[in-house]
Design a protein around this ligand. Structure first.
Ligand code: NAP
Ligand code: COA
Length: 268
């Protein structure tokens, strides 16, 4: 399916993690729909090629490095974006870290690092962008996961962080709705051709994920970008505090075998 073009004409977006994977897809799709887009992450090597692709579509792009764990760096990146693009209407928070590790082997810093990036990083971005989103109303879209809906092994750190992200989505939807800001989320299942899947699934577990998914395939980046355009657009103008699951029905099967750590990780 292809949406009518330019659903987001004239809007300005700030996308964390926008140089790679799912959030690169979202940044490009927002640009295709008429947004000027800033992307941020730690590495300009990740950001610059995507910024060039956005410019090639005739949109303005800002590539600005920042570690979302550093509130001052996030504030500076957001301020530079607002300065260069004239404001911010859409905030997409997708910067994240993940690795497989059973809880009994997870160090305090391993747990804390993922919570710092995924959850606290989302909070830092929300706080920094609020003054700009308030100016004429806007959208915050948080990229979550489904791992915490059940007890996914080797994913305690991410499950706890993303559960917090979902809580943040609901609370900020209530606090910021009166400002005309809609806060929502997307919870992807395993998405093909992404770093997330490369880190979590080997060939056998990918095959099991496909067989267990009611729609019998892995997700595609396009599946998530379509959901993102919908939630950022006026078509979702009365949706707030909702995290939209984009997983082909996988989590409903409650079979988490596909995510289980391979034996060498479980036994490490
Ligand atoms: P990815 O390409 O590795 O995306 C993660 C991004 O976060 C990278 O661009 C990375 O760029 C950035 N990042 C990491 N740490 C950062 C930090 N401290 N500060 C700023 N940026 C940071 O992975 P992906 O698989 O596409 O995942 C994207 C999002 O979807 C994540 O929120 C993930 O949890 C979620 N998700 C993915 C899947 C999946 O199947 N792939 C499933 C469910 C949910 P730098 O290295 O340049 O910093
Ligand atoms: N298993 C167990 N612990 C691990 C680990 C693994 N595979 N990888 C990292 N850790 C631990 C480290 O040992 C360290 O803890 P310690 O100090 O107790 O040893 C802690 O996590 C931080 O690791 P470090 O490498 O210093 O963190 P970083 O800030 O450089 O990188 C990560 C953050 C670990 C999340 C890194 O994988 C990353 O940058 N990921 C971004 C891309 C990504 O994960 N994409 C998928 C998104 S779904």
């Amino acid at each position: 399916m292809t949406f009518q073009p330019n659903l987001l004409q004239g809007q300005r977006a700030f996308v964390t993690g926008g140089g790679t994977g799912i959030c690169r897809g979202i940044a490009l799709e927002l640009a295709r729909h008429g947004c000027d887009v800033a992307i941020t992450s730690r590495s300009s090597t990740h950001l610059d090629p995507t910024a060039d692709e956005i410019r090639a579509m005739g949109r303005r792009a800002v590539a600005v490095t920042a570690d979302v764990r550093d509130p001052q760096a996030v504030e500076a990146a957001v301020a530079r974006t607002a300065d260069e693009l004239g404001g911010i209407d859409i905030l997409v928070t997708g910067a994240a870290g993940n690795f497989l590790c059973m809880a009994e082997h997870l160090s305090p810093n391993g747990f804390g690092t993922v919570v710092d990036i995924d959850l606290k990083g989302t909070f830092h971005c929300a706080k920094a962008a609020l003054p700009y989103l308030k100016r004429r109303g806007g959208v915050m879209l948080n990229i979550s996961a489904t791992l915490h809906y059940v007890g996914t092994p080797a994913q305690l750190h991410v499950a706890c962080a993303k559960a917090g992200v979902d809580a943040l989505t609901r609370v900020l939807a209530v606090e910021w709705g009166p400002y005309g800001i809609r806060v929502n989320g997307i919870a992807p299942g395993p998405i093909a051709d992404t770093e997330g899947v490369r880190r979590l699934l080997d060939d056998a577990s990918t095959q099991r994920a496909v067989e267990t998914t009611p729609l019998r395939r892995l997700g595609r980046i396009r599946d998530v970008t379509d959901a993102a355009v919908f939630l950022c657009s006026d078509a979702a103008s009365f949706i707030a505090g909702h995290t939209l699951v984009v997983d082909g029905g996988l989590w409903l099967t409650a079979s988490r075998d596909a995510f289980a750590a391979p034996p060498e990780v479980a036994d490490a």
